[in-house]
Design a protein around this ligand. Structure first.
Ligand code: V55
Length: 405
């Protein structure tokens, strides 16, 4: 490609990407599906086919964490490991998240709490449903499962928001140095707060193991009388406190935003709750909540879509862009519950595919079932239109709805 043909890519800013990456990636998919984007200091991969190809080829590509993610979580996360190390981590992370396990606890974990929140708001007639219901249901479900039942929902929301701003603080200068430091420092403070809260719980679970995720992480697969090193557990606690607490809420809000834009679809889904899983699947495709976070590194010199990438080159897979690829979907920018099913990339693919796919989907489903049951006459609040924000993580910042009480 000629220098002038890539000048627009050099002009891409982090601010634009956070506001709306879609027009930029639509052009990247057409003109430069593998392109070095200076604002993020990395090559980005924009098409579905290339994202899939890379996730399927663990011989050519290793998994690493994005630099801003590594600065946020430290070493030793499941996001940042390969081969045998990764397999061992998934061996203690996966069991409680398998469908049969999830089915045994999900109803008691999510539905009563969702009902309680709705009882408190159903007479109000207008709320930001993201703040009032979706975020609390999301953090309570996964936070309680982890064992953080004594941590208030507002605290858990503040934790994921602060960690997400740190993880998403990806902008670099022409020397590849981070431009902003404050989000990392705020993340460091939150991690200190998390450790101060979780350390006493770890002390407790060391002596009194129970059914919570973190207790399992301490004990599972360890010889009698020994617990897993906290240095191994904490980075993965941070992973859960960000993605696992934030993303179910994002998918709830995104799905309802899509339905509110299409009142005929909203009406059908409320009349027939068996359509809720289809709506959720479409919401998750339409705006991937982890829009651009998965990074791979070439194990050897690789040629990708005509671009030569020397061994050691990092590429950022844009699952949010892959989900709008016209090779798989017609009118991909449109939210449509009636689409033919095509697997989207919101939960990733390959060895690192999301461990919480089934759990997260069930949390979102129950939250929407309860909302539509309690408040079947939802309308958008015309005084506030939702704004989606984010490149690394993406979702509506708020979603104001109203209803006749
Ligand atoms: C990812 C997932 C996370 C997270 C940060 O790239 C990044 C995926 C499930 O949690 O916290």
């Amino acid at each position: 490609m000629t220098v002038s043909a890539t000048r627009w890519i050099e002009a891409i800013t982090m601010e634009e990407l956070n506001r709306d990456p879609n027009p930029i990636y639509e052009r990247l998919r057409r003109e430069a599906p593998v392109a070095f984007v200076p604002a993020v200091g990395m090559h980005v991969v924009a098409t579905r086919e290339l994202c899939l190809q890379i996730t399927q080829d663990s011989e050519a590509w290793s998994t690493v964490i994005a630099p801003s993610g590594g600065r946020t979580f430290g070493k030793g996360t499941v996001l940042d490991s390969n081969g045998e190390t990764h397999r061992k981590l998934r061996e203690w992370i996966d069991p409680q998240l398998r469908p049969t396990a999830v089915d045994s606890y999900i109803e008691a974990l999510v539905r009563p709490g969702a009902r309680t929140i709705l009882e408190a708001i159903e007479e109000i007639g207008a709320v930001d449903i993201q703040e009032a219901y979706f975020a609390p249901v999301s953090v309570r479900a996964v936070g309680d499962l982890m064992g953080l039942t004594t941590v208030p929902s507002k605290t858990l929301v503040r934790w994921f928001q602060t960690l997400a701003k740190s993880y998403g603080n990806a902008e670099v200068d022409e020397n590849g140095q981070f431009v902003h430091h404050e989000p990392f420092e705020a993340g460091d403070e939150i991690k200190n707060e998390i450790i101060a809260t979780v350390d006493p719980l770890l002390d407790h679970w060391t002596v009194y193991p129970d059914h919570t995720l973190i207790s399992h992480w301490l004990h599972d697969g360890m010889p009698d009388g020994q617990t897993r090193d906290r240095a191994e557990i904490y980075p993965n606690i941070y992973v859960f406190l960000l993605g696992a607490l934030q993303e179910p809420g994002h998918v709830m809000t995104t799905t309802l935003a899509g339905l509110l834009e299409n009142p005929d679809q909203l009406e059908r889904v409320i009349d027939d709750p068996t359509l809720i899983p289809r709506a959720i699947n479409e919401g998750a495709r339409w705006v991937a909540p982890i829009w651009s976070a998965a990074v791979k590194v070439a194990n050897r010199d690789v040629e990708l879509a005509g671009v030569d990438l020397p061994a050691g080159t990092a590429v950022m897979l844009a699952y949010g862009s892959a989900n709008r690829d016209t090779s798989a979907w017609d009118d991909p920018d449109v939210f449509d519950v009636d689409r033919p099913m095509m697997p989207h990339l919101t939960f990733g693919s390959g060895a690192h595919a999301c461990a919480g796919t089934y759990l997260g989907s069930a949390v979102v489903r129950i939250a929407l079932e309860e909302l539509f049951e309690t408040i079947p006459n939802i309308e958008p609040d015309p005084e506030h239109t939702p704004t989606f924000w984010g490149w690394t993580f993406r979702g509506p910042q708020s979603l104001h709805i109203k209803w006749e009480v």
